[in-house]
Design a protein around this ligand. Structure first.
Ligand SMILES: Cc1cc2nc3c(=O)[nH]c(=O)nc-3n(C[C@H](O)[C@H](O)[C@H](O)COP(=O)(O)OP(=O)(O)OC[C@H]3O[C@@H](n4cnc5c(N)ncnc54)[C@H](O)[C@@H]3O)c2cc1C
Length: 427
């Protein structure tokens, strides 16, 4: 028998442009594609029935992709360090390859897996694949986006790989996983084939209006689960070459930027990145939090977004910004409460992006602009991005009737309170 490697899939659920899979197929005679259902993730701090459902759909699709190439997915349940060492012994594997990740949980898990494998005499090989410019610790480690973006744009890129023609290897099929109800009508169908169709459709036209139109790609759930690679998105958008496509590539840079931020500031998961901001005071108002989460604030642009999130597991970026600004500034609530709500519902929810964006809008993280610049007016946003009111009416059936609530906060008073709170810690 020739040499065998295991490719350990995590949130890179695709066959195209997958450096670890590509390398394993080139270097080894036999490749075992494995996924480990990790209880710590299914039931842990970031538990999300919607996301778990989406992930299971992605795994099913990946199994299909691998089967069409002569193999299939081996799915195990348990602690990755134990399951992968056992699988390596069963299959006689010499190496385990995976796409490296940045969150503190992922890094400590990967360190444990690496240690267990090495003790068992198996090579552990983290590979690029999750980001556009994979060496996120490389040039441009400044803590502000613009200079970081310039370094990012100039940094070298790895090639984009085709999916291997033949993969082979064993298959177990999916074990039964019980999941509570997820979001009622998920924004996207899970899996690599659906993701590739969505990317093709986006680049075939709508991307050209990016920034001018309200429409965005809604590829974030696929990027979150790696159903398409960010590097391939960048390469294809650059080939497309229009101003819209270039503006869109800049958004992909934000994703790398927040990954780099969490990699270099793992404490951000719990604390404000700017130390002085750790003294910020918050109000304890469960009534306000509930109204915000349920889309009953009386600010239509915010409520539309929050209801879109509850119904589909996705929310437009503009609505995320305004809803988060309202929560952290005028409602005086702790950004971690908003972050946790988003983490429970977003199909694209992940620590680096969610935390980075919440800290940015709360003015406690990477944003160099003063806090009052991040107090967004829901009315002005609606006028600018939804002038005909299509978005708000789509999500708020009772808009314009007596059933729709009055604003739960006077924005002028809220802003004045925010000035006091932020002013105190900055002084
Ligand atoms: C409070 C708050 C929380 C957020 N939480 C998340 C999260 O958990 N996961 C997540 O993927 N995004 C998060 N975002 C960023 C952004 O809102 C989404 O990535 C975007 O709305 C996804 O829609 P799209 O795919 O249509 O984006 P497009 O506009 O089509 O952009 C393409 C891709 O670029 C990346 N991108 C765009 N904007 C950002 C950004 N501000 N930060 C990082 N990456 C970006 C995403 O991967 C996105 O899919 C959050 C934003 C805010 C304000």
């Amino acid at each position: 028998m020739g040499s065998t490697a295991i490719v350990w899939f995590r949130r890179d659920l695709r066959a195209h442009d997958h450096p670890a899979l590509h390398r394993a197929c080139a270097e080894f005679d036999r490749v075992v594609c494995a996924f480990v259902l990790d209880e710590a993730l299914l039931d842990g701090r970031y538990r999300s029935p919607s996301r778990t459902r989406f992930m299971l759909g992605c795994l099913d699709a990946l199994d299909g992709e691998l089967r069409s190439r002569g193999g299939g997915l081996v799915v195990r349940r348990g602690r990755p360090e134990r399951e992968l060492t056992a699988l390596a012994a069963e299959e006689g594997a010499r190496a385990v390859l995976w796409s490296a990740d940045v969150s503190p949980y992922a890094r400590s898990r990967d360190a444990r897996v690496g240690e267990a494998l090495r003790t068992a005499g198996v090579e552990a090989r983290p590979m690029p694949g999750t980001y556009v410019a994979d060496d996120v610790t490389g040039p441009g480690t400044q803590r502000i986006f613009s200079p970081s973006f310039r370094a990012w744009a100039a940094a070298p890129r790895r090639p984009v790989h085709e999916a291997p023609a033949r993969i082979g290897g064993p298959r177990t099929g999916m074990p039964e996983v019980r999941v509570d109800a997820g979001v009622p009508e998920p924004a996207r169908a899970p899996g690599e084939p659906a993701a590739r169709r969505a990317l093709d459709a986006w680049l075939a036209g709508p991307v050209d209006g990016y920034r001018r139109a309200f429409e965005t790609s809604v590829l974030s759930p696929y990027l979150r689960w790696g159903c398409v690679s960010a590097r391939e998105c960048e390469a294809r958008a650059q080939e497309h070459g229009t101003p819209g496509a270039r503006a869109w590539v800049r958004q992909l840079a934000w994703r790398d930027f927040y990954a780099q931020t969490l990699l270099t500031h793992p404490d951000n998961v719990f604390h404000e990145q700017q130390e002085r901001m750790r003294a910020l005071e918050y109000e304890d108002r469960p009534d306000r939090l509930a109204a915000w989460a349920e889309g009953r604030t009386g600010f239509p642009f915010v409520d539309a977004g929050m209801r879109q999130l509850a119904a589909t597991g996705w929310m437009h970026n503009r609505a995320r910004l305004v809803a988060a600004s309202l929560l952290t500034k005028e409602l005086q609530l702790d950004w971690r409460l908003g972050e946790a709500h988003f983490a429970r519902l977003l199909l694209d929810g992940e620590p680096a992006q969610n935390n980075g964006n919440w800290q940015w809008i709360a003015s406690v993280g990477t944003d160099p602009a003063p806090y009052f610049r991040r107090m967004y007016s829901p009315e002005r946003h609606q006028e600018r991005f939804d002038p005909q009111g299509e978005y708000v009416r789509r999500w708020i059936a009772e808009l314009g009737t007596p059933d729709y609530p009055q604003p739960i906060v006077d924005r002028r008073e809220g802003r004045a309170r925010a000035k006091e709170r932020y002013g105190r810690v900055i002084a």
